[in-house]
Design a binder for this molecule. Structure first.
Ligand SMILES: [Zn+2]
Length: 286
């Protein structure tokens, strides 16, 4: 029997802790990109090992535009993580996505402006495929879990990722709506890019907390509303994770060989120091 896939969980706003985790170790991981957002908790769910990282650091210290996404994903990869489940608070851009409901998006529209979004920015060029940025296999498992638990959810949809930390202007919000997006957030597109480069399956559990600012009869998004809605509904995200972890057998996925045949730099032109630094990512291809 093939071995269990190693699961990482990145918790976002409102999920800096998972109370039901049986933590066995707290790991301080260093990476060539600097330190991740916090120590990574090695824990057990249903007796199975998982790694948990709070995206904004414990106590929510790091804003979306200053998160060291590269260090976070690289650290998980160095620990052997092959699958990343991301939990995030998002704004709903559709009347039909009611605050409190979960969305498992299948696309991103990346409107970030000033954050490093690749591991390959010097000495080694690679272009990974990103047409389908979220893992379809993992999304199907999230959907199945939500169905089994009778948790209201939407499968598919586009997540527009803005730079933040400010919420969007009303003009921006209406513009994104006109493009047909389903939810709005500040973190997941960057994370998904890096997860793809790290050959990890990546899926988003987005919890709608508000109607951003486009809705004419609802109050515009506020931190208070986001935190309250998230606190009221976070158990849904946690139970989905628990259900997926319980159920997740081995599966093959192209995400986990995404770098194959994508390195365009000639082998003898690759700086050995860069190759050494990126060995957890590219070692098997060089
Ligand atoms: Zn995958």
């Amino acid at each position: 029997m093939s071995k269990d896939l190693v699961i990482g969980i990145i918790g976002g706003t409102g999920l800096t802790r998972m109370d039901n985790l049986a933590v066995t170790e707290e790991l301080t991981v260093s990476t060539p990109f600097g330190p991740p957002s916090d120590a990574i908790l090695k824990a057990k769910i249903w007796g199975r090992e998982v790694f948990f990282l709070p995206r904004h650091g414990r106590g929510h210290r790091i804003p979306p535009h200053r998160i060291n996404y590269r260090a976070n994903v690289f650290a998980l990869k160095s620990l052997g993580v092959e699958i990343i489940l991301s939990v995030s608070a998002v704004g709903s851009m559709r009347e039909s996505i009611v605050p409190g409901q979960l969305v498992f998006p299948d696309q991103f529209l990346d409107r970030t402006k000033q954050r490093p979004g690749t591991f390959f920015d010097e000495g080694l060029v690679a272009h990974v495929p990103f047409a389908d940025p979220l893992c379809p296999h993992l999304r199907a498992k999230l959907t199945k879990a939500a169905e089994r638990l009778s948790i209201p959810h939407h499968t598919g949809g586009t997540y527009v990722c803005i730079e933040g930390p400010q919420f969007s202007t009303r003009a921006e919000s209406l513009f994104y709506r006109s493009l047909g997006v389903e939810v709005i957030g500040m973190t997941n597109a960057t994370e998904a890019r890096l997860a793809r480069e790290a050959e990890c399956c990546y899926a988003t559990i987005a919890l709608a907390t508000d109607y951003d600012c486009w809705h004419t009869s609802e109050a515009s998004v506020s931190v208070e509303a986001v935190m309250r809605l998230f606190a009221e509904n976070v158990e849904k995200a946690k139970s989905i994770i628990s259900e997926v972890v319980k159920d997740l057998g081995p599966y093959d996925c192209p995400c986990r060989s995404a770098l194959a045949n994508t390195i365009t730099t000639e082998r003898d032109a690759i700086d050995p120091e860069v190759a050494r630094r990126l060995a957890p990512l590219v070692g098997k291809y060089l």
